[in-house]
Design a protein around this ligand. Structure first.
Ligand code: COA
Ligand code: ZN
Length: 312
């Protein structure tokens, strides 16, 4: 059975676009509940500027107070050296560095050109010096909502630069749900041909309903690592039109049914997912938490039983 590794990003990507502040205790309780569900990794928060992402201004406290379950990696998003210092101080298990493959989105999201981001992140990698594993998330890798097409060759070029600096992994992000399955096929094939030594993760948003189709394309192309967000929350506040990530429990349910080993206890996960509307104060896009698993059957209507008895 092929093992699939899930990284839960609800408390980072999921929460960063929410309009109403989510209490620090609620964030910690959610991470602690997720820690018991079987995730390979949880992206707990981001060490970004509290002015840029006010929702995650409590990142240091959250990282300090979560319960660490052995076997689960607790990662954090880092945009610059200041963020890296905070992440090391917080004893994150991984630093997830971020930059965009679109100049316009990089300027909007990180307030600097890509070249300056790359220089800053290179400095972070030097500073970390192998103490903590590093992943790099490349935003807008399947298209930018402001620039349009992002050539695959450009994305591969950034992956190569970071691979040359010795990072452990790279996440290819479809920040505003522009990818389609044929494009994912091409990207995954090229990535695996050139960067088989890297941990490759795919990060999809369901902005145009193509999220699970893209997961399927990636998994059939041999990708075994995915980001997902409980309830399907999420989005970058600096990418116009952004909306939720692929819904973790929906993706995990699909892969479980198909016979993949996700390592996740889906019953526990669904119980946590059903708390999401209350935590964020509104309905969430996830479907399996509402519909139940395909194995959760309904009783037949009484008249069907009567028809059956009449027929016998
Ligand atoms: N953690 C905490 N504070 C930070 C910080 C960090 N990693 N980086 C910068 N700051 C603070 C500075 O101390 C400064 O504070 P002050 O105004 O009180 O002096 C302020 O933020 C501005 O610093 P500056 O270096 O000029 O940053 P900037 O305004 O050019 O913003 C980023 C650059 C990268 C810090 C900011 O755009 C950011 O955090 N972006 C993240 C966006 C994001 O997470 N998007 C969603 C994920 S894809
Ligand atoms: Zn995202």
């Amino acid at each position: 059975m092929t093992r699939i590794f899930f990284n839960e990003v609800a408390t980072r990507d999921g929460f960063q676009i929410e309009p109403a502040f989510i209490d620090t205790d609620a964030k910690i309780a959610l991470v602690d509940a997720l820690s018991d569900c079987g995730y390979a990794k949880i992206e707990v928060t981001s060490f970004t500027s509290p002015k840029a992402i006010p929702m995650l201004r409590d990142a240091d406290e959250v990282m300090g107070r979560i319960r660490r379950v052995p076997g689960v990696e607790y990662t954090v998003l880092v945009p610059n050296l200041r963020g890296a210092e905070r992440a090391l101080e917080a004893k994150a298990d991984e630093l997830n560095l971020v930059m965009s493959t679109s100049e316009t989105h990089n300027l909007a999201n990180l307030r600097m050109p890509m070249a300056i981001s790359f220089a800053a992140l290179s400095e972070v990698i030097q500073r970390v010096d192998g103490q903590t594993p590093i992943n790099v998330s490349l935003s807008c890798s399947f298209g930018c909502p402001m620039e349009g097409d992002v050539p695959q060759a450009n994305v591969l070029g950034w992956v190569e630069r970071f691979a040359d600096l010795g990072v452990r992994g790279v996440t290819i992000c479809d920040t505003t749900g522009m990818a389609h399955p044929a494009q994912v096929n091409r990207m995954v094939e090229a990535l695996q041909q050139r960067f088989a030594q890297l941990q490759l993760t795919l990060h999809f948003h369901n902005t145009r309903g193509m999220g699970l189709a893209n997961v399927l394309a990636a998994v059939q192309g041999g990708i075994t690592r995915f980001d997902g967000s409980l309830g399907g929350l999420g989005g970058c506040p600096y990418a116009p039109g952004a909306s939720g990530n692929i819904c973790s429990e929906d993706a995990i349910h699909m892969l479980d049914e198909m016979g993949y080993d996700t390592g996740i206890n889906l019953d526990k996960l669904l119980a946590v997912a059903r708390q999401m509307p209350q935590i964020v104060g509104h309905d969430v896009p996830g479907q399996v938490a509402k519909a139940g698993r395909v194995t959760d059957l309904h009783p037949a209507p009484e008249f069907v039983n009567e028809l059956r008895q009449g027929a016998s």
